[in-house]
Design a protein around this ligand. Structure first.
Ligand SMILES: [Zn+2]
Length: 115
């Protein structure tokens, strides 16, 4: 399953980044998920619950998912537009643009630890 490998890769990243003692005090993980990323938050939460079965040490770590808006940057006037209803049209000059600058990615935005 797609979401399971995402959860695994999040923890692989964190385990590379932080010491074990730090990871043991991890409280919450905040993700930013673009609406074009093909990630379904509900499935990601489910995959995360399943991940706890095999990794109970992370049981108390909360997962927070924030969906990020879709943004395009116009190639002609460089204006940045928030795309609504999948209308890829520059707000400023009204030309169509497919130059997506936000909304396709998934990133670990913030990790919280107990002091
Ligand atoms: Zn424009």
């Amino acid at each position: 399953m797609h979401e399971t490998s995402i959860v695994n890769s999040i923890f692989r990243t964190l385990e590379q980044e932080f010491e074990v003692e730090k990871l043991n005090n991890m409280k919450a993980i905040h993700l930013k998920v673009g609406i074009l990323s093909n990630i379904e938050p509900r499935l990601l939460y489910n995959a995360y619950e399943a991940f706890h079965m095999t990794n109970p040490i992370y049981q108390k770590v909360k997962l927070e998912i924030e969906m990020t808006e879709l943004k395009i940057k116009c190639e002609i006037c460089e204006h940045i537009t928030n795309v609504k209803n999948y209308r890829f049209i520059c707000d400023n000059c009204k030309k169509p643009s497919k130059n997506v600058i936000q909304g396709e990615e998934m990133l670990i935005h913030k990790v919280e630890f107990d002091d």
